[in-house]
Design a protein around this ligand. Structure first.
Ligand code: PMT
Length: 218
C-alpha cells in the first residue's frame, strides 16, 4: 500500500545527533544513533519516494537510493534544511538537535587549569529547525518527533501545538527504548487522531508510520 502512497513524493528527513564543538577535540553531543531516521529513509525509498536525508554524525551506511547530506552542528543542519524544504512534500524531523551550542568555540584546545575545581561554558540557543519550517508559507507536511523520559504524551501534544506541527511521533526514551536501540514504540499524534504503534523494530515502525503519513498527504 505504501508504494501507491509514496511513489514520486519527495521526502526530506533529518536524523542522528548534532555535535556542538567546544574546542578542536571536544564537543557536546547526545545518544541518538540515527537508526530511527535512517529506517524511515530506507522504507520511504523502498516505497518509491525521492528521499533526501540530512544526517548528523552517525556510523550507519547510506540506505539504497537515498540522497544523503552529512552535517555536524545544528546550524549546519538548519542551513541544509533551508535549501531543501521547499521542494519536499513532507519533512520528517527525527534528528535529536542540540537546543544549545557553545557561544564561542575555542580555536585551540582548552587547557586544564590546575588551580580551579570548576569551570563553565557559556551556551546560546540554537535555531529551532522544525519550527522554522512550519512558519514558512510554502511549508510541506511536517512531522516532528518527541523523545521524553516522562509525561510522554502530554509533552508531545505541547510540542505539536507550540511548533505548529502536522503530526508528532512521541517516544519514551530510557527503559531500554528510543535512543540507540533497534526497537522503538511510538505514539503518533495529529489534530484528528492518536495512534499507538506497539514496540517493534524501527524498520517495521517506519513502514507503519509512512502509511499513516501517506494517507494524510493524499
Ligand atoms: O537515532 P536513534 O538512536 O534511533 O534514536 C531516535 C530518536 C529517539 C532520537 C528519535 O526517535 C527522536 O525522538 N528524535 C527527536 C529527539 C528529540 O529529543 O526531540 P526534541 O524533543 O528535542 O525536539 C522536538 C522536535 O523538534 C524534533 O522533531 C526535533 O528534531 C525538532 N528540533 C528540536 C530542536 C531544534 N533546535 N530544532 C529542531 O528541529
Amino acid at each position: 500500500a505504501n508504494a501507491q502512497l509514496w511513489k514520486q513524493r519527495r521526502l526530506l528527513i533529518t536524523a542522528g545527533p548534532t555535535y556542538e564543538d567546544i574546542d578542536p577535540v571536544r564537543f557536546i553531543g547526545n545518544r541518538s544513533s540515527g537508526k530511527m531516521g535512517y529506517a524511515i529513509a530506507e522504507a520511504a525509498a523502498c516505497a518509491g519516494a525521492e528521499v533526501t536525508l540530512i544526517s548528523g554524525p552517525v556510523s550507519l551506511p547510506t540506505p539504497f537510493g537515498v540522497e544523503r547530506i552529512d552535517v555536524r552542528s545544528a546550524e549546519q543542519m538548519f542551513a541544509e534544511v533551508q535549501k531543501y524544504y521547499a521542494a519536499a512534500d513532507c519533512f520528517i524531523s527525527a534528528a535529536a538537535v542540540a537546543d544549545f551550542r557553545v557561544e564561542q568555540m575555542a580555536e585551540q584546545k582548552l587547557k586544564k587549569q590546575n588551580d580551579v575545581d570548576s569551570m563553565s561554558l557559556n551556551l546560546v540557543k540554537n535555531p529551532d529547525i522544525v519550527a522554522w519550517v512550519t512558519a514558512q508559507q510554502d511549508k510541506p507536511f511536517v512531522v516532528g518527533f518527541a523523545a521524553e523520559t516522562e509525561n510522554v504524551e502530554s509533552y508531545a501534544r505541547d510540542k505539536l501545538s507550540r511548533k505548529k506541527l502536522d503530526m508528532i511521533c512521541a517516544n519514551q526514551v530510557g527503559q531500554g527504548l528510543g535512543f540507540e536501540r533497534d526497537d522503538n514504540r511510538l505514539t503518533v499524534i495529529s489534530a484528528s487522531e492518536t495512534l499507538a504503534l506497539p514496540q517493534s523494530s524501527k524498520s517495521e515502525l517506519s513502514s507503519k508510520l509512512l502509511k499513516i503519513i501517506g494517507k494524510a498527504l493524499s
